[in-house]
Design a protein around this ligand. Structure first.
Ligand code: ATP
Length: 198
């Protein structure tokens, strides 16, 4: 299996922009966010289990998971949150491992907003943190999403702090310039990772 590099960053840090730049260089990406949606798609056993546990209210009319309803439910009920995490985390981890196994590039990125907050980092030989000042995170997330300042701040509060993330980093890209600067930093990191994975 190819070397796995974990990539993470807070909301609006530029994790996706950086990951896209690695993908453009031919690097395989496993996206933990996508995986977490995949395991609860209609037809998957986890979705049936969730609907049996919480009732049909967590399903949309088309049979898909009502992610917003579920999010609100577990936000109010810590026990429900623990139950859901106990169900989903092992499934997500297994699917991530399967996708990593299938990657054929010289190294592979595991992109996850909660890489450090979960045991997903144990799948990685290095951790790359995309770092940005909190004011810039907020500004970028506001410009991108339809969310309020309060919502973005609440998400930031639920994630590791900038310093906690940096404490766990093997490599850091500071994304406080323009996109060209970010791309250049990704290219330099790519060369390092190619060397490391030889
Ligand atoms: P999330 O965890 O919320 O998905 P993220 O870390 O993936 O956030 P991105 O979506 O990559 O963040 O970036 C947030 C927004 O800021 C995007 O619209 C992106 O295009 C923009 N952006 C990121 N980096 C830069 C940069 N260096 N210059 C200008 N815009 C940027």
């Amino acid at each position: 299996q190819s070397t796995v590099i974990g990539i993470t960053g807070g909301i609006g840090s530029g994790k996706t922009a950086a990951t896209d730049a690695f993908a453009a260089l031919g690097i395989g990406i496993v996206d933990a966010d996508l995986v977490s949606r995949l395991v609860v798609q209609p037809g998957k056993p986890a979705l049936t289990t969730i609907a049996e546990h919480f009732g049909q209210d967590v399903l949309l009319a088309d049979g898909n998971l009502d992610r917003r309803a579920l999010r609100e439910l577990i936000f109010r009920d810590p026990a429900a949150k623990r139950w859901l995490e106990a169900l989903l985390h092992p499934l997500i981890r297994q699917e991530i491992m399967d996708q990593l196994q299938q990657s054929e590039s010289s190294y592979t990125l595991l992109s996850s907003p909660l890489l450090l907050e979960t045991d997903q980092q144990t799948l990685c030989s290095r951790v790359l943190v995309i770092d940005a000042p909190e004011a810039l995170q907020l500004e970028r997330a506001l410009a991108r999403d339809n969310s309020s300042v309060d919502t973005i701040k609440a998400i930031m509060a639920s994630q590791f702090s900038r310093q906690q993330r940096l404490d766990h980093a093997d490599d850091i890209i500071v994304n406080d310039g323009d996109l060209t600067t970010l791309h250049n930093a990704v290219h330099a990191m790519h060369e390092t990772y190619l060397e490391l994975s030889k």
